[in-house]
Design a protein. Structure first.
Length: 126
């Protein structure tokens, strides 16, 4: 039987400020944030492991016509790939738009200037 190495995450959405937050379930000590693109921040713990993602103006970044859709998100999957040179996040959020489930995505990356260790991980909502 294949071991599931997917980390569990939880998400929150602040409708008033249009901020989507996603974090790994568990107790972690925050160290620093890396801006992947304007308004998309990836947080790392003291061991340089990614633990959270915050998206400002989330409905615009995810190209969702009505931000109310983010309040009723169905599923979130996030892949994080870190090499010696680049930190890359691929995020998919399933929302209902006009009573139809749609998968909206964002792909962001930046230079690995914090020297985070090379890794590949998948995060999924619970």
């Amino acid at each position: 039987m294949k071991e599931d190495k997917t980390l569990k995450i939880e998400s929150m959405y602040d409708y008033q400020h249009d901020i989507l937050g996603i974090r790994v379930v568990g107790g972690y000590k925050y160290k620093e944030s890396v801006e992947l693109e304007e308004g998309v921040m990836l947080d790392f713990n003291k061991d340089n492991i990614p633990i959270a993602l915050e998206i400002l103006d989330a409905s615009k970044v995810l190209n969702i016509p009505n931000k109310q859709c983010l309040s009723n998100r169905k599923n979130i999957q996030m892949n994080i790939s870190i090499s010696d040179e680049i930190i890359k996040v691929c995020l998919e959020v399933v929302v209902k738009i006009h009573n139809k489930e749609e998968t909206m995505s964002v792909n962001s990356s930046t230079i690995n200037y914090i020297n985070a260790p090379t890794m590949q991980t998948e995060l999924a909502s619970i």
